[in-house]
Design a protein around this ligand. Structure first.
Ligand code: FAD
Ligand code: NAD
Length: 476
């Protein structure tokens, strides 16, 4: 008989959710996690809680409060004689938030009767997991089922090797204790924009080099164009089609060589953030005899219900295909647990929300206008600008718009795209509408509280029907 019903390797949002759901379903479960936090203590929560979603949002929040008071205080009638960021306190608060949340997960693991095996796991044939604990001691543990959830790590660029506090990846950029005068960010993706925003708001001159000619290619084109305009107005210097070729560490600066359509250029900055994507932690996860199948980019190959090529071994989260998002991994974790317990696996991959937590926030679900066009679907669009939203005006925060894309024949909602204040909180309503196969007529008939930012979604749905109230309707 195996030691456990399920062993989960990796305690990030995919793995710890899988473990909790397995335990809830009555399965004897162990969770293998090796993470040591900044103070050298074992910690759960993975990238998301320790160096990802949560700490980045903590710093985005602090820096946004600072910028709002600094730039809009007077307008709101708030006088302050001097305002300056206390960066060590911001970092300390961020670390406290992380410590509370990771401690909370450890509490949940214990409360659910899950055994936390602290150390590095390696899958062996026959669903045996070798554990090298934090003191280097070896043991092995067998299970009926194994769930691989070892996540991902930042991609490194040989031309910009990490160098202490000066050349950092996303984790390093969450720990600077002072504001650099100038920062270069390589990559105008989600991390580059979020962390670039943090340091710009606090006073750094931020230049972002993006290799692609297109800004945010996965985002609806209209929304991406508006985002680029807003970021440039804020002072983020985003250079598209710019490929970094070399870096040199000088005594107190970094020289960066890059090329674009106009030729070769040099840039000199105090610090550099490399944010060019993430790669799955799949290489030292299974012994070669297991013959775990990976795809050409190193992601563990899985079927539509997250089972690998090895029967009884599943893989979830950043380790497998699909968007590298905490909520996607968590849903896969819960779904695999249910599958193991003989219940339904349910993850609707067509309905996963995306958010970029800049200001304004960018959020979307479903298809972009470009995708709908490429499919030759006959579609309608409803648009509503936050400039016409009473709540946004009252907040002094009225840039951006909501865009609802519907099928012109069935009126079914195909996509919701938002750039604007707190759009991360509005998009959930778009997700819910799409999950329930709603039409724009369905959304139009729902009563939304006034004054709220969500009314913009209501008005955009009305707009798709040609009957928005607070803006002139386009001729249909
Ligand atoms: P991870 O969170 O990476 O967890 C994997 C865990 O496995 C780690 O704890 C690791 O220590 C452990 N592990 C690896 N190998 C082994 C082994 N052999 N033995 C034992 N343990 C092992 N996503 C969002 O949805 N929203 C956001 O706002 C967001 N912001 C982000 C901001 C930043 C700066 C970054 C870097 C990422 C952000 N993400 C965000 C992405 C999100 O963090 C990941 O999608 C998510 O953490 C993936 O979850 P996971 O459980 O698959 O992997
Ligand atoms: P990304 O894929 O979003 O962006 C990386 C960018 O770097 C791309 O635009 C790419 O073209 C560019 N790039 C690559 N090589 C380059 C080079 N040599 N020179 C210049 N530009 C180059 O990756 P990321 O921003 O590192 O984020 C990694 C993952 O983490 C994302 O997939 C995302 O899903 C996740 N994440 C999500 C959130 C969120 O949900 N809010 C926040 C942060 C991270």
């Amino acid at each position: 008989m195996a030691d456990f019903d399920v062993i989960v390797i990796g305690g990030g949002p995919a793995g710890y959710v899988a473990a909790i759901r397995c335990a809830q379903l009555g399965l004897k479960t162990a969770l293998v996690e090796r993470w040591l936090n900044k103070t050298g203590q074992p910690a759960l929560g993975g990238t998301c809680l320790n160096v990802g979603c949560i700490p980045s949002k903590a710093l985005l929040e602090s820096s946004e409060i600072f910028e709002t008071l600094d730039k809009q205080g007077k307008q709101h009638g708030i006088k302050a004689t001097s305002l300056e960021p206390d960066v060590p306190q911001m970092i300390k608060r961020k670390d406290q938030v992380v410590a509370e949340l990771t401690g909370g997960i450890a509490g949940l693991i214990k409360a659910n009767g899950i055994e936390w095996l602290r150390g590095q796991g390696l899958l062996r044939p026959g669903r045996v997991v070798d554990l090298t604990d934090l003191k280097g001691k070896q043991s092995n543990h067998s299970a009926e089922h194994v769930i691989l959830a070892t996540g991902s790590r930042p991609i490194e660029l040989p031309a910009a090797p990490l160098a202490g506090e000066r050349i950092v990846d996303s984790s390093g950029a969450l720990d600077w204790e002072s504001v650099p005068k100038s920062v270069c960010v390589i990559g105008a993706g989600v991390i580059g924009l979020e962390l670039g925003s943090v340091w710009r708001r606090l006073g750094a001159k931020v230049t972002t080099l993006e290799a692609l000619d297109t800004f945010l290619p996965a985002v609806d084109g209209q929304i991406a164009r508006e985002a680029l305009r807003q970021f440039q107005q804020q002072g983020l210097d985003i250079r598209l089609g710019a490929r970094m070729t070399a870096t040199k560490l000088n005594k107190s600066s970094i020289s960066i060589d890059y090329t674009d359509a106009a030729g070769a250029h040099k840039l000199r900055v105090e610090r550099l953030i490399v944010a060019v994507g993430r790669t799955p932690n799949s290489e030292s996860l299974a012994a070669p005899e297991v013959e775990l199948l990976l795809d050409e980019r190193g992601f563990v190959h899985v079927d539509e219900q997250c089972e690998t090529n090895i029967p009884g071994v599943y893989a979830i989260g950043d380790l497998v295909r699909g968007p590298m998002l905490a909520h996607k991994g968590s849903e896969e974790g819960a779904a695999v647990a249910q599958r193991i317990a003989g219940q339904d696996f349910h993850v609707n991959y067509a309905c996963i929300p995306n958010v970029i937590y800049t200001h304004p926030e960018i959020s979307w679900v479903g298809k972009t206008e470009e995708e709908v066009k490429a499919e030759a679907t006959d579609y309608s669009i409803g648009l509503f600008p936050f400039a016409a939203s009473g709540r946004a005006k009252a907040m002094e925060d009225s840039v951006g718009l909501v865009k609802v894309i519907t099928c012109a024949t069935t009126d079914k909602i195909l996509g919701v795209h938002i750039i604007g204040p707190h759009s991360s909180e509005i998009i959930g309503q778009g997700v819910m509408a799409m999950e329930f196969d709603a039409t724009s007529e369905d959304l139009a008939q729902i009563v939304f509280a006034h004054p709220t930012l969500s009314e913009a979604l209501h008005e955009a749905a009305l707009g798709a029907e040609g009957r928005a109230i607070h803006i002139p309707n386009r001729k249909r």
